[in-house]
Design a protein around this ligand. Structure first.
Ligand code: C5P
Length: 222
């Protein structure tokens, strides 16, 4: 029997990460945070002085990254390790996210990460969070959700998160970054950000997390 996959795709700040964690906890399924793989590639490249457009070096780096996702006994993601170093905070920085979206444009990097992502598909099931989970990585997945929200709402959510972490940021700046990243993610030739034809689109702009969670769980239990 094939292991079921729930794909949760969408732009940055649409609530994918939160919903992925809650659904995975409810179902007892594994999580694939595919964005973290692109972030780890970007961070490792930055540390090794590899440019964001050096496709071949980046692809070989992506294929050989020594990484580990550490989860709690309840399956909650707690730490991300790169060569045994805790980089949980470092990969979440805005600069790393922006560099991730630059390396993610390269088909060579995407190809290098493809099998790594598919290897996360383990029983009893997988919740895969990303941009191309339903279109490219798990096209045969039985459950596909595409989360959206207005750019303004996403910038405000990010602002609240960063403020809570004590960072001094401006909404206007975050909004500009989100719009730039959306344009890059949607405009690229390789696996652009878009809903799979068989995905259910949920606009989270005006919905609570609880409501979105309820809708997503209903899709899995259909
Ligand atoms: O989801 P997250 O913000 O962590 O992803 C960082 C960047 O990695 C995204 O802006 C996107 O460019 C890229 N990405 C991707 N495909 C995925 C996941 C992330 O291109 N499946």
């Amino acid at each position: 029997m094939t292991v079921p996959v729930l794909c949760i795709d969408g732009p940055s700040g649409s609530g994918k990460g939160t919903i992925t964690q809650l659904v995975a906890q409810k179902l007892g399924w594994t999580i694939l945070d595919s964005g973290a793989l692109y972030r780890l590639t970007a961070l490792s490249a930055e540390r090794q002085g590899i440019a964001c457009n050096d496709a071949l070096s980046l692809a070989s780096l992506a294929a050989t990254l020594d990484i580990e996702f550490v989860a709690s006994a309840y399956g909650e993601p707690v730490k991300v390790l790169l060569e045994s170093e805790d980089v949980t905070q470092a990969i979440r920085l805005e600069t790393t996210g922006n560099n991730a979206s630059k390396v993610a444009v390269l088909p060579e990097v995407r190809a290098a990460l493809l099998q790594r992502q598919r290897d996360f598909r383990q029983a009893p099931g997988l919740v895969a969070d990303g941009r191309d989970m339903g279109t490219v990585v798990f096209p045969d997945a039985p459950f596909k959700v595409f989360l959206t929200a207005s750019a303004q709402a996403r910038a405000e959510r990010r602002f609240q998160q960063l403020k809570a972490q004590g960072e001094d940021v401006r909404i206007a700046h975050l909004l500009k970054e989100i719009e730039e990243r959306d344009a890059r993610d949607m405009g690229r030739k390789a696996a652009p950000l878009k809903a799979a034809d068989d995905a259910v689109t949920i606009d989270t702009t005006a919905h609570s997390i609880e409501k979105v969670l309820e809708n997503v769980l209903a899709i899995v239990s259909r």
